[in-house]
Design a protein around this ligand. Structure first.
Ligand code: SF4
Ligand code: SF4
Length: 365
């Protein structure tokens, strides 16, 4: 392993499977095909039963955990010469295996529900739906309400959204491990940034609206027939079903993971995740920032190339400008691959100069 944090950098665009060669398209087709089979067929159920698992979703949890462990080995082989990377990836994989696979597997054996404790609303969109809350024990309902509406925003304000997006969340965890070979494919153009701003906040708005409508429906006890039929009816086009289909299955799974080899691993997080949008707003108000050491940048562009969220870090570094971007998930890779040690992730009170900073243009590369 090279000790400069540069291991793997030179190979980024040389390997066809990592640079949109034919093999990348084959892998993308296999991944999207897997999600189509998972969501819309029962083909995986016999395999799950044969393995002693209750459902195809537990088999998916097992495969997901295996992909993260394998991806973590790949990631740490290339970037494990950093304590931040080692601890972060170990925690993220541990949370996935313990809270999103083993606990849901074990809890029903003791009479509890199959609850995924590392996922909060609005990422796990139905966690605050009345139908979900009423089916949970009170302590779990409180866990998800307080966690989603209070703890997650407060921690994002204090530490930035990295506490969730890069340390806890399974979607972010898969992107940072299994998806790491393709991180440099994330677009950093002005057009992609404009698309991201509109799309991610639109999904957040729709997630909040859907939950509000379902709470209203439950509050009126489904009394107004047409409203109940439109919002919570069993038809695939009711608001409740449509959100699950479009956001939960197509955007988060088929597109979000299936297109890793073509558009980078944070396609979902960056463009569609309502949790990322919500936590990003608190991050902008809070203490997290990427500090830039003045007059050190040599404009090599490693930071921008390796940013999985398509942030043009180099433009800030060149301008000696510390910054906080709502999209940043605090993965730390920009700081890790910088050959001059220009960048540092911080949770600190803003200096006056940072408060008054000018908004830098996002430039096409
Ligand atoms: S700006 Fe740096 S820390 Fe933030 S997402 Fe990009 S690479 Fe990760
Ligand atoms: S901040 Fe570091 S990695 Fe980014 S362009 Fe400057 S020298 Fe290169």
């Amino acid at each position: 392993m090279d000790q400069q944090g540069q291991n793997g950098l030179m190979r980024t665009f040389r390997e066809p499977w990592r640079s949109r060669g034919a093999l990348a398209y084959v892998v993308a087709a296999l991944l999207t095909g897997f999600y189509v089979v998972l969501y819309w067929t029962e083909w995986l159920t016999p395999a799950a039963v044969a393995l002693g698992l209750r459902s195809k979703w537990l088999l998916y949890g097992a495969l997901y955990s295996v992909a993260m462990v394998g991806g973590a080995a790949y990631y740490l082989r290339h970037h494990g010469n950093s304590r931040y990377n080692r601890v972060r990836i170990a925690v993220n994989v541990g949370v996935q295996v313990a809270l999103a696979f083993l606990l849901p597997l074990i809890m029903p054996l003791f009479g509890g529900p199959e609850a995924y404790l590392s996922y909060f609303w609005p990422l796990s969109y139905d966690k605050l739906w009345p139908s979900t809350l009423s089916s949970l024990p009170v302590y779990l309902a409180l866990y998800f309400i307080v966690g989603s509406l209070l703890v997650a925003p407060l921690l994002a304000y204090r530490y930035g959204k990295r506490w969730y997006c890069s340390w806890v969340c399974g979607c972010g965890g898969l992107a940072n491990t299994f998806g790491d070979p393709w991180r440099h494919l994330t677009a950093s153009s002005t057009r992609s940034w404009r698309f991201e701003k509109v799309s991610v906040h639109t999904v957040m708005f729709v997630a909040v609206l859907t939950t509000f409508l379902l709470v209203l429906d439950a509050a009126t006890d489904g009394a107004t027939g047409t409203f109940h039929w439109l919002v919570a009816g069993g038809q695939w086009w009711s608001v409740k079903q449509l959100y699950g289909l479009v956001v939960g299955a197509i955007l988060a799974g088929v597109v979000g993971v299936g297109f890793y080899p073509l558009f980078g691993p944070r396609l979902w997080c960056r463009n569609f995740c309502p949790m990322a949008a919500m936590l990003g707003l608190f991050q902008k108000l809070g203490r997290f920032r990427i500090a830039v050491k003045k007059d050190m940048c040599i404009s090599c562009g490693n930071c921008t190339t390796y940013c999985e969220m398509g942030i043009d870090v180099r433009s800030y570094a060149q301008s000696n400008q510390s910054f906080t971007r709502a999209a940043c998930v605090g993965c730390g890779m920009c700081a890790h691959v910088c050959p001059r040690g220009v960048l540092r992730l911080e949770n600190a009170p803003r200096e006056q100069a940072d408060k008054a900073r000018v908004r830098l243009p996002v430039v096409d590369l």
